[in-house]
Design a protein around this ligand. Structure first.
Ligand SMILES: [Zn+2]
Length: 432
């Protein structure tokens, strides 16, 4: 029963998060390094429209740079070094003046009616984002390009806004209100996002970290029950990674139809709350999304071919947390459910290496492999290295690459350096 629920919930996660974005997975632009984005976004909820501007500070030694622009319509591009621009294949390609200094700053004004990446819920007048950011803000989609982020978002004054980063200011503007959110450390652009609506807001403190919960149609008591274990999960993940949670707040919101991790924020499907209320042991997605605050947001796959380093880790950590909370049987049951997903793919002849050669058009089975075979293989590695060897290796890897992009070889080398064992055979059998 439990196993079935885990699989059904997490399979939903797999299907809902990864919709269209990976058609854009070949977007890596090696000569572009964005330092920061500063965006202003005004939302027209009734018309399901956005108007935005973004200031992008970046370095490049190239004569042209390309930013992902989704289906947004470009109105104006300005900047000292901008010669011209063209829009092509959901990108804006900007030609730059010949110059010595690699630093650039440009401003792009745009508008659009996003239908993916940003979701308007008509009946409840709510909005939230979930993959990919370039559908609502011009940016570089590559997961290896980390940047700071500032978002000013202007909404009707009867709504509230929660976003990635930290809230620094709320300013009344007549019948509107401007929320300013800032993220002072660099993360990939897919971790940027927000939700807007008529939510109730709850808060508790965990040390000096503000844990914020948002929901429109759950009572205070329900919200308390659903998110009850957040601080315990945070302690567990900090202990296993050897790294303190980096932000001063962590927000979780029940809204819409997606599961999406962002920097300091997790969007969880609205109906998921009911599932947790029915069975309070069913918190895998809460711990999965929280685990991404380490593996995913801060230790990020350098390109989507190594996506299992994000998703296999988060999926494994939710089982590891259950082992810590409920004991070995629960851990085994979760791992077994992951194995079942992997085994059925294998039996249908669709098993593949966890490191993909081309993630530009993944099938549902490919996605399930990354989540569930990925988590299962981490379990096998735990068995191979033993408790101490495995967790010391996880700490070594996490601390070494915190705030950086990683590939699978980085992970292998870390586990080898920490344990003193040669893991070539294991990685070749299970991962490559
Ligand atoms: Zn995930």
């Amino acid at each position: 029963m439990y196993t079935l629920q885990v699989i059904s919930v997490i399979t939903l996660l797999v299907c809902s998060i990864l919709g269209s974005v990976f058609s854009q997975s070949k977007d890596k632009i090696s000569t572009l390094d964005v330092m920061s984005y500063e965006a202003v976004l005004e939302l027209n909820i009734e018309k399901e429209q956005i108007e935005g501007s973004v200031d992008i500070a970046f370095q490049t030694d190239a004569a042209t740079v390309a930013f992902n622009s989704g289906k947004l319509q470009i109105i104006k591009v300005a900047g000292e070094n901008v010669l011209s621009y063209e829009c092509k294949d959901q990108k804006i390609i900007i030609s730059l003046r010949d110059r010595k200094d690699p630093e650039n700053r440009i401003q792009i004004i745009y508008k659009g009616n996003p239908t993916v990446g940003m979701f308007f819920i008509h009946e409840t007048e709510e909005i939230y984002t979930a993959f990919s950011t370039s559908e609502w803000m011009i940016c570089n989609n590559s997961p290896s390009d980390r940047a700071k982020f500032k978002l000013d978002i202007i909404i009707p004054s009867d709504k509230i806004c929660v976003a990635s980063g930290t809230l620094v200011q709320k300013m009344d503007q007549g019948d509107k209100i401007k929320y300013s959110w800032v993220q002072d450390y660099q993360t990939p652009t897919y971790t940027y996002g927000f939700a807007v609506g008529d939510f109730k807001e709850y808060q508790e403190m965990h040390r000096d970290i503000s844990l914020n919960y948002y929901a429109a149609n759950y009572s205070a008591k329900d919200v308390e029950t659903i998110f009850d274990k957040t601080s315990d999960m945070m302690d567990f993940l900090e202990e296993r990674s050897g790294i303190r949670y980096v932000q001063n707040s962590y927000s979780q919101i029940l809204i819409g139809n997606h599961y999406q991790e962002m920097a300091g924020l997790a969007v969880l499907k609205n109906s998921y709350g009911e599932l947790v209320l029915k069975d309070t042991t069913e918190t895998n997605l809460i711990s999965h999304e929280l685990a991404h605050q380490w593996w995913g947001n801060m230790i990020t796959c350098e390109n989507w071919n190594h996506f299992w380093l994000n998703e296999g880790f988060a999926t494994f950590m939710s089982a590891a947390y259950n082992g810590h909370r409920f004991g070995q049987r629960k851990y085994d049951s979760d791992i077994n459910s992951y194995f079942e997903v992997y085994n059925s793919i294998k039996n249908s002849g669709k098993d593949k290496p966890l490191v993909f050669t081309d993630w530009s058009n993944p099938s549902r089975d490919d996605r399930n492999l990354v989540y569930f075979k990925g988590a299962y293989v981490l379990h096998l590695l735990r068995t191979e290295l033993g408790e101490e060897g495995f967790w010391n290796g996880i700490k070594y890897y996490s601390q070494k690459y915190f705030g950086k992009s990683v590939n699978t070889l980085d992970f292998q080398k870390s586990m080898e350096a920490s344990s003193g064992k040669n893991l070539n055979a294991f990685f070749h059998e299970w991962i490559y």
